[in-house]
Design a protein around this ligand. Structure first.
Ligand SMILES: *[C@@H]1O[C@H](CO)[C@@H](O)[C@H](O)[C@H]1NC(C)=O
Ligand SMILES: *[C@@H]1O[C@H](CO)[C@@H](O)[C@H](O)[C@H]1NC(C)=O
Ligand SMILES: *[C@@H]1O[C@H](CO)[C@@H](O)[C@H](O)[C@H]1NC(C)=O
Length: 207
């Protein structure tokens, strides 16, 4: 039971999603709306909270929309117009916090949260601008496992090896004893056969 568990743990996949940058540092459109994406690539580990940080500026009131695109499909995360409404998708209801500058925080990320995050900022007059952030989510099994479980595993392995050594020592002793007995037995039978032939020889001489 125990060694099997160990094997499975060691086999835990290190999940990565390859990246390809597509976002600009700061983009400007003629309409006067701009968007800054200071960190277009985020490396996270499972269960971490991540901040998808952007900063927009525009004339008037803007509408901000965030989408997640991955191999599992495209999902709308949130859309809001500052001072008007905030519309968070049901799946993200308890996991998303929005900020005035257009950033969002995503709580407790999983492997499925890896992928592309597209943010679109739409100005009142219709001009829009978008940015991309690529998120990699890694599964680090050492960070997931409590240290004492690893220690327990090592302890188990040590005990198992000690047991194996003891068993082989006993086996070697046993084989050595067997060998001795076989030798003794062989000597005895040899002596016996030798004496009988002597007797027979003696008998023949008597005759
Ligand atoms: C994320 O990891 C990749 C390698 O997997 C590395 O090239 C990149 O610089 C890292 N990005 C950050 C922001 O740490
Ligand atoms: C946006 O606001 C959040 C929360 O105040 C902050 O942590 C983040 O650094 C800001 N992003 C930028 C690009 O300034
Ligand atoms: C909020 O989202 C739902 C579903 O995505 C949509 O039906 C609804 O019209 C949206 N509300 C606003 C105010 O945008």
């Amino acid at each position: 039971m125990r060694p099997l568990q160990g094997c499975r743990r060691r086999g835990v996949v290190v999940g990565t999603v390859t990246l390809c940058l597509a976002a600009g540092w700061a983009l400007q459109t003629p309409g006067g709306v701009s968007l800054l994406v200071p960190q277009p690539n985020i490396n996270a580990t499972v269960a971490q909270n991540i901040l998808l940080s952007v900063e927009y500026s525009c004339r008037g009131v803007a509408t901000i929309e965030w989408k997640h695109v991955s191999s599992w499909g495209t999902k709308k995360i949130v859309e809001w117009k500052s001072g008007n409404y905030v519309n968070i998708s049901a799946v993200y209801k308890d996991r998303v916090t929005i900020f005035e500058n257009g950033s969002i925080q995503l709580l407790n990320v999983g492997v499925r949260d890896a992928g592309y995050y597209f943010v679109t900022v739409t100005e009142e007059y219709g001009t829009n601008i978008y940015g991309t952030i690529i998120v990699n989510v890694y599964v680090l099994h050492f960070s997931v496992l409590p240290a004492e479980i690893i220690y327990e595993d090592l302890h188990f392995v040590a005990v198992f090896f000690a047991f194996l050594t003891a068993v082989s020592a006993i086996l070697i002793c046993f084989m050595w004893l067997c060998n001795k007995f076989v030798h003794l037995f062989q000597k005895k039978t040899h002596k016996l056969t030798a004496s009988t032939t002597e007797e027979i020889e003696l008998e023949t001489i008597e005759c």
